[in-house]
Design a protein around this ligand. Structure first.
Ligand code: NAP
Length: 299
């Protein structure tokens, strides 16, 4: 048996197409052009690439983009003032502050300053809390982009009814592991959240029908950790050394080892990454609709 490779690039292209269709309808019927403000502080090379991809995707869909860049020396107070101005600007529907932020800016203070209605990353305490109590779901409200995209790929691969499946999530971060756990609980999965202090991680994984790896540890999950027929979603993005002094990207899964055992697996790159950006576009559209008092589009 060889696992089906889940094509995140194709799924993301389909999602972006549907968002573009709905955005065109919003403009035609209500005269609203969704606007995404992307804030980059500093010049972290990976962040610069991510911001360029997000801006490109938004423009391609037909959104208006506010590309706001400041040097790493920007004082936290000024960043909070920029966010306050974006919060009160009715022409801005979504605010994304690219992480990580340079020291000594306090990430939590910045996230908490974002108006939850414009929180297209789904990371404010209010939006995370709504997800936790089930008020927000994948179909309703603003959910963190990476877990949303991971769940969409999982449903495409493992079927829409995930009830009763045992999911092991490796990682408990605010942006990936924790919201992923709540999304899977809403799908009636039995959820185990593992982290760096988890004992016998391999044993937990061997019992899982679904593994979502989001540890940021290259090739952590080995082939013999996979229960035959499991679905494996690889969120990790790690840059490792390759031949001839070059580097390459790899996930948290030992991909070639996992292929013979799993039923389906996401590649890195080309798996969850493109879906994260597509879900950011979806959230921007949802935020624009919600702010106009319109029904959330079914995409
Ligand atoms: P993070 O904030 O650093 O969290 C990593 C989590 O993994 C922590 O909970 C940590 O445990 C746990 N962990 C680390 N090493 C572990 C190990 N050996 N065994 C078990 N658990 C371990 O990272 P993140 O922001 O969630 O991102 C995780 C990965 O996903 C990174 O590679 C990141 O680049 C990638 N990512 C990808 C996308 C995408 O679009 N594809 C988006 C976001 C992030 P403790 O809590 O105990 O420290």
């Amino acid at each position: 048996m060889s696992a089906r490779v889940i094509d995140g690039k194709a799924a993301a292209a389909r999602l972006r197409f549907r968002v573009a269709e709905e955005a065109a309808r919003l403009k035609r019927e209500h005269g609203i052009l969704p606007c995404l403000a992307v804030v980059l502080v500093g010049d972290n090379p990976a962040s610069t690439v991510y911001v360029a991809s997000k801006n490109h995707a938004a423009r391609e869909i037909g959104f208006f983009v506010r590309d706001i860049r400041h040097p790493a020396s920007l004082p936290e107070r000024e960043l909070l003032d920029i966010i306050a101005a974006l919060n009160s600007d009715a022409s801005v529907h979504g605010i994304l502050v690219q992480m990580p932020l340079p020291e000594p800016i306090r990430t939590h203070a910045v996230i908490e300053a974002i108006d939850p209605a414009k929180d297209v990353d789904g990371l404010t305490p209010l939006n995370l809390g709504r997800l936790m109590i089930g008020e927000t779901t994948l179909e309703r409200g603003l959910v963190a982009c990476t877990p949303s995209g991971a769940l969409m790929l999982l449903k495409e691969a493992a079927g829409c009814d995930l009830s009763g499946r045992h999911a092991v999530i490796i990682g408990r971060s605010q942006q990936v592991g924790r919201p992923m756990a709540h999304l899977l609980l809403q799908e009636n999965c039995t959820v185990t959240i593992a982290h760096s202090r988890t004992a016998e991680l391999a044993t937990h994984c061997r019992m899982a029908d679904i593994i979502v790896a989001a540890a940021g540890h290259a090739e952590l999950v080995r082939g013999d950790w996979i229960k035959p027929g499991a679905t494996v979603i690889d969120v990790g993005i790690n840059r490792i050394s390759a031949a001839f002094g070059k580097t390459r990207l790899t996930g948290d899964i030992a991909y070639t080892e996992v292929l013979p055992n799993a039923a389906a697996v996401t590649p890195v790159p080309g798996g969850v990454g493109p879906m994260t950006i597509a879900c950011l576009m979806r959230n921007t559209l949802i935020a624009a609709c919600m702010q106009a008092g319109l029904r959330q589009p079914e995409i």
